[in-house]
Every structure is written in C-alpha cells, then in structure tokens.
Design a binder for this molecule. Sequence first.
Ligand SMILES: [Zn+2]
Length: 241
Amino acid sequence: MRRALFSIILLASLCSCSSRGKQRCLPEEDTSGFCCVTDSVPDAILEIRYYSTYNFIGKRIDGYEAPIALITKEAAGALRKAAGQLMAKGYRIKVFDAYRPQCAVDMFMRWAADLDDTSMKPYFYPDLTKNRLIPEEYIMEKSGHTRGSTIDLTLFDMAKGCDVDMGAPFDWFGELSHPDYPVGGKPGLPAITEEQYGLRQLLRETMIASGFKPIDSEWWHFTLANEPYPNTYFTFPVRQL
Ligand SMILES: [Zn+2]
C-alpha cells in the first residue's frame, strides 16, 4: 500500500509540468486572453533567459517550451504604447521574461531549498549565501508573472547596437538592482553612474506612463496596474498559442 501511494505521488509529481513529455497532465486553461509580446511589439528583442541555461539556476526552467514571451492582451497593448515612446528616443525593448507558469516558480523554490546547488552564484548572487534567498524574498512561492500581466525588460540602444548598461544585470540578487539605488552607492556596495540611474528612470517612467506599476527591488520588473487576472495563477506552458 505504501509502495502504491509512493508510486501515485511520484506519478503526480512527474506529471505536474513536464517540458519533455508530449503528454501533459495540465488542466485545460483558457489562454484566449494571451498573445505573444511580438504580436503587439514586433520589434521587441527576446532573450528568454528561463528558456536558456543562462539564468540563476543554470538550466532550462520547467514550463518554458519555446523561446517566446506570452502576456495578456491588455498588458500587450500597454507595452506597445511604452515601446513606441522608447523607440522615439532611440531604444527598442528587450524582454527577458513575461508570463511564467506556476511550475517554473515551483522549480525556483525547489532550487532555492537545495543549498548545495550554487553553480550560478558567481553570476547572480555572489554576495549572498543561498539560505537567504527565500527569507529575503528573492524567491517566493507565487510570482506576479504567473498572472500574465508582468514583464521583465531592458532597453536596447539602437545607435550603439547593444543593451544599455543599467548598472546591475537582470536577475541580480541584491540592492544594486533597486531602481532607486543612489548614484553614490551604499556602504560596502559600488556606485552607479548618472547615466545608469537615468536609464533606469527612463524605463520606469515610460512604463508607469503606459499603465504599469514598478516594484522597489528590481529595475526590470513591471506589472500592468489594471491587470485582467489579479487572482489567477496560470499553469499552461510557454509555447506558441
Ligand atoms: Zn519579474
């Protein structure tokens, strides 16, 4: 009996969100309210870090089946407005992540609890011991991304042909990622330049003016203020709809 129960639990965990098997045990969800970011902003650059292995875990994240960014149609419309304003100033948007299925967040939590897996520490959290990631809410059980109207992005300078330098990379775990991090730095931490500070504010102010809310801890993260699914945490994978 115990063996049978174990098998059932194992089967359930295998089926929860596999990016490998063709068969999925996912609930059928209505994805009609979603679209690809590039449907609304065709010149958006995509660098989907959780589809790649260059992220804080160092592996492709569960639920990312295609290197695309999905988002609610309402958020896509607001993003189009922001992208247009930024384009007029010489920037394209570069998207790191948008809709994130719950199974991806679950993988983050499993990884954060495994204190021995620190392969990407030099790149994303060199100054933190891993046991601080959950208590200090760098990693949480729920993410606004899972509600579909949140996006992580930066600016691409069209004249220079490269990403702008924001003074801290995407997914850097630390105070240096705070959008209002002071130019002069903080005790024991580096300074950022006026230009880096200004670029953070440009992104922030443009996104706010287009209907998004920022957060205090990550310069790259914005959620549509009037999001259409404020209480729904979706589970469908990131793939072509
Ligand atoms: Zn984010």
